[in-house]
Design a protein around this ligand. Sequence first.
Ligand code: DUC
Ligand code: ZN
Ligand code: ZN
Length: 490
Amino acid sequence: MNDFDLTIRGGMVASDVDTFRADVGIVGDRIVAMENGLPAGRRDIDATGRYVLPGGIDTHCHVEQRSGMGRMGADDWYTASVCAAFGGTTTIVPFAAQHRGTSLAQVAADYAALAREKSVIDYSYHLILSETDPQTLNTDLPELIRSGITSFKVYMTYEQLKIDDYQMLDVLAVAARERALVMVHAENNDVIKWVSQRLLERGYTAPKFHGTSHVQLAESEATHRVIQLSRLFDVPILVVHVSAREALATIQAAQKMGAQVYGETCPHYLLLTEDDMDLPGTEGAKYCCSPPLRDADAQQALWDALKQGTLQTLSSDHAPYRYDATGKLPKGDATTFKDVANGMPGLEARLPLLFSEGVSKKRLTLPEFVALSATNHARMYGLFPRKGLLQPGADADVAIWNPLCEFTLTAATLHDNVGYTPYEGMSVTGWPETVVSAGRVIVERGELHAERGSGRFIPRKTPMPCAIERELTPSTRFFRSLSYGAHEQK
Ligand code: DUC
Ligand code: ZN
Ligand code: ZN
């Protein structure tokens, strides 16, 4: 067969379990052949000395989304998807966020329209639920799940978004019924609020006190609590942005007990610490995120957890707030740690950082990198096997990495609209030189070749954790049955 539209030849391919030499043959948007000695296609890429990897999938990034505090991120679907592409990511899954008093169905429809018009790469989105009224839980959410939006996030903190334990049980019961994955932001709101108020009263307002108020036990307590709630129905949950050793230990212990709990962390928790928040004036606001940056001990625990499989995914949690009144500094110099928009940019730097600090520094193998950057995301969120692995039949989403390329991260060379990077001046080894999305070479020699709106919505299947058939205990069956109305047929 010599009628490939595109071939990538001579490179080293990796999956989540293996590394092997193979050429990749692509027709249209799909991979159709993978073996040595393929003939050149109409377009041929020489990948000698390069790693040929599945395009990354980022399942936690905030794009064109208003935060609970009402702050708008600086990246829209165009700029965010361009950043992703330059960083070797070919699928993004941001959030359609329901704010209180709004219709979930409308929120999702509006968000879909923004993505359709602007994204240059394939995408899906999760939902964020802040309401648990009957319309949201019994009508809109099940319909959206059935249409391929098979995951959603809930918050245990942030006054404007958080749900209480009673609401959490309602949400978990619907997820069990509809086989959707619940992502949880796990921090104890009252602990944070209590400590914050007292810090502010005493004049401790600098950004570094954000870390003091989001004390580690607030994260581990909420993590423990939501795991216990999920066990009532034996429903899978995924704890997002795990930052601390205690929260990790809680997850590990629950996994050992057989609880269906999964976890994610982000590059900033692996590479930065609370000391980064301790800068003159308000400068430390650039490093405020929730949960906050921790310490070197937590970093080591997180690397170990990625390696051991306690945590399944590494996401950016890209939260593109500018260092100005629109984002980080709503009150200028008078901004306290409580007013700072939480989060930092990371969509483009995510994979170069993981590759450099993980693979190049030999903390991770290449298959582990593939698992954490793509395959596990695809499995956890219902994109597999269409995405997440290079194999015949899969979408031709490929990142061709030069493992020796040295690159210095600076705000000026990244493609977001944020104006700063927390990794300014950091040097990485390894860069995704060429990026292919659905058979199109969209990044090459530092240039973008993709039109606004050329990315496609990918309806997702049942997330892998929710598709596992488990023998339910009589008590789990009983509690699940209580989630139906007394008169409803189960
Ligand atoms: N925390 C969140 O919960 N979301 C955005 C970024 C952050 O730091
Ligand atoms: Zn969160
Ligand atoms: Zn987030």
